[in-house]
Design a protein. Structure first.
Length: 320
């Protein structure tokens, strides 16, 4: 595609006046691919934010005429070539046009094409190869597929009510079931009104346990363990609600009024507990700092003990 843009596309643009259109050249071409160094990617994303401005273009021409290239305004990107890395992490509001071949999965197709049209209407071109049966099928059912493509998103393999899933998501499920059943516990500070014998609380526990029983896959220990975890979280919730010394009030989220403390905590670098709730599946585990050591596993036995310390002269002592 890079060769096509540099050769065929450029050549055709130079002849657009033959079709009654304005001749335009591609001045700025870049890419987001594995050939790009990771340190260069932020610069490309910043470059994508540069929009076309006629005044900047006039200033560029004037500065080029005066041979003043140092502070010349940056041209916007004309073409950005990308691999599937564009599917995540690229949030540029001004992107409006994309040409994309049909990926193998519908989920990736939705993720990739959603990069355009975020602030203003966008346009996506999907070229198909008529010699490929899959492409031909998408072409023949184009309208129906795009009207229903969320139905075609591939299912992920999951283990229902696994211990890891419970540790990360059970609290959010319990609080949501209690809070959203009606208006009684809905307000932020109503978290302090929690009552173990309230019908909302009993119904929430019953609903979660019933769902676990339906998908338990014959695990005899699932329901007792789940009931114990629910009661443990409920006990902690009740204990927090009863701590009202000094006018302290328990809310779902912490407020800046000096009295409302939060029951739920956002995932971050601080230690996680049972009431840490995720805003995204990207937060399922905290970040881990890595130390890169290129000496090999056996080259420097003192490395682990010497991290963060003065390593001068330490090799001989540790080698012994």
């Amino acid at each position: 595609m890079r060769r096509l843009v540099d050769d065929d596309v450029q050549t055709r643009l130079k002849k657009m006046d033959q079709r009654g259109l304005t001749v335009r050249l591609l001045h700025s071409i870049d890419e987001l691919t594995s050939r790009k160094d990771s340190t260069d990617i932020p610069d490309v994303l910043d470059h994508l934010e540069v929009a076309f401005d006629p005044r900047s273009e006039a200033k560029r021409k004037e500065m080029a005429r005066r041979v003043q290239f140092k502070d010349m305004p940056r041209r916007p990107l004309d073409v950005l070539l990308v691999t599937n890395m564009v599917s995540v992490g690229v949030d540029v509001q001004r992107l409006g046009l994309m040409v994309v071949g049909q990926p193998k999965t519908t989920a990736e197709y939705i993720q990739a094409t959603s990069r355009v049209g975020r602030r203003f209407p966008g346009l996506v071109f999907t070229p198909y190869n008529w010699t490929r049966p899959r492409d031909l099928s998408h072409y023949e059912r184009f309208e129906h597929y795009h009207a229903t493509f969320y139905n075609h998103v591939e299912a992920l393999s999951v283990t229902p009510f696994a211990s890891g899933a419970l540790s990360r998501g059970l609290t959010a499920l319990l609080v949501s079931c209690v809070r959203l059943q009606g208006t009684e516990f809905n307000a932020n500070q109503r978290a302090s009104w929690i009552d173990r014998n309230h019908p909302y609380v009993k119904e929430a526990l019953k609903t979660i346990l019933r769902r676990a029983e339906l998908v338990g896959l014959g695990d005899d220990q699932l329901l007792p363990n789940l009931r114990a975890e629910l009661n443990e979280r409920l006990d902690e919730w009740l204990a927090e609600a009863q701590r009202n010394a000094g006018g302290r009030v328990l809310g779902y989220d912490e407020q800046r009024d000096g009295i409302t403390v939060g029951l739920l905590h956002r995932a971050g670098m601080e230690p996680w507990d049972d009431f840490t709730c995720l805003n995204s599946l990207r937060d399922v585990e905290p970040n881990v700092g890595l130390i890169f050591h290129d000496g090999g596993l056996d080259a420097d036995p003192s490395f682990v003990a010497a991290v963060g310390e003065d390593t001068e002269g330490g090799d001989e002592e540790e080698d012994s």
